[in-house]
Ligand binder design. Structure first.
Ligand code: ATR
Length: 270
């Protein structure tokens, strides 16, 4: 029988860290399967799903830029992901042979927040794009208090808050950060090659958590500023590994060895 495999699709795709994450877990667990990166252009997306549908070795795929919205047209949406988040990052074949889409970004984002009690607490979110949708979906699930959403386009931020039924308000990106239990950057600001995200964190309480989904560099200016203030921080590799862990279990039917995250992080940074 052909060796089972899963893969990540995108355009471009060579930069993806997913093969290293899934490959590490497959090897650690001794699972005889592959995880690869496959370059799929937008034009080729229908052909891609049509072909994989009938490939018995294919366990599923992760979906990255620019296909996270368009891929919805090629899969069943059993979990209501289209209405909730509007984008998928994972597709698998269900037992009846149907391709099903899901989004593991929200669960991957939320996992590192599990030890904290954020119910009813005020939160600040930077950004209103695709990543913000998964973050706001997760925050609504946690039942956080009012959300202040800072975004360049304020109307877009306000529309997003109301679509997730979150209390709070959208304000301009250069607005003052209000006192919050959690502050999350969902934009690419602060990423290598992008403009910095300059926020004044001085009003955050001493037990606030600052979470940046950017992982290149791992210590963004935002996280450095938070650490300088002695605040708790969560970096972008946490969400990256977290969303991969949920997908891995769907593809290969096994929980990844999260007790080896330290080693995995070293590989990803190496
Ligand atoms: P992603 O899927 O990674 O979230 P996206 O959907 O393009 O990407 O969203 C990018 C987010 O980063 C948006 O909130 C965007 O602000 P706008 O909604 O006003 O466009 C924000 N963003 C990106 N580049 C930015 C920049 N140079 N300055 C300010 N905000 C920026």
């Amino acid at each position: 029988m052909t060796r089972p495999y899963a893969e990540v699709i995108g355009d471009p795709i060579s930069h993806s860290k997913s093969p290293r994450i899934h490959g590490f877990w497959l090897e650690a667990l001794g699972i005889d399967a592959d995880y690869r990166a496959t370059h799929v252009t937008p034009d080729a997306l229908p052909h891609y799903f049509a072909g994989r549908r009938d490939d018995p070795a294919w366990r599923g795929c992760n979906i990255t830029v620019p296909h996270k919205v368009d891929a919805l047209a090629h899969v069943e949406d059993h979990g209501g992901v289209r209405a909730a988040i509007g984008a998928i990052n994972t597709a698998i074949r269900a037992e009846d042979g149907v391709l099903v889409g899901t989004n593991t970004d929200a669960a991957g984002f939320a996992a590192p927040l599990n030890p904290f009690d954020l119910a009813g607490k005020p939160v600040t979110v930077i950004g209103a794009g695709g990543a913000a949708r998964a973050v706001l979906f997760a925050l609504a699930g946690i039942g956080v208090g009012p959300v202040t959403l800072l975004n360049r386009n304020v109307e877009k931020g306000a529309a997003l808050l109301s679509s997730f039924g979150l209390d709070g308000q959208a304000v301009a990106l250069d607005s003052a950060v209000p006192p919050s239990a959690l502050l999350v950057n969902t934009t690419s600001l602060g990423m290598t090659g992008q403009p910095p995200l300059d926020l004044d964190l001085s009003v955050l309480p001493g037990d606030a958590i600052v979470y940046d989904i950017v992982y290149a560099p791992l210590e963004t200016g935002l996280l450095a500023a938070a650490r300088a203030r002695g605040l708790q921080t969560i970096d972008g590799l946490e969400m990256l590994i977290g969303q991969a862990a949920v997908a891995f279990a769907l593809f290969f039917g096994a929980e990844p060895p999260r007790d080896r995250d330290g080693e995995l992080r070293g590989i990803l940074l190496g």
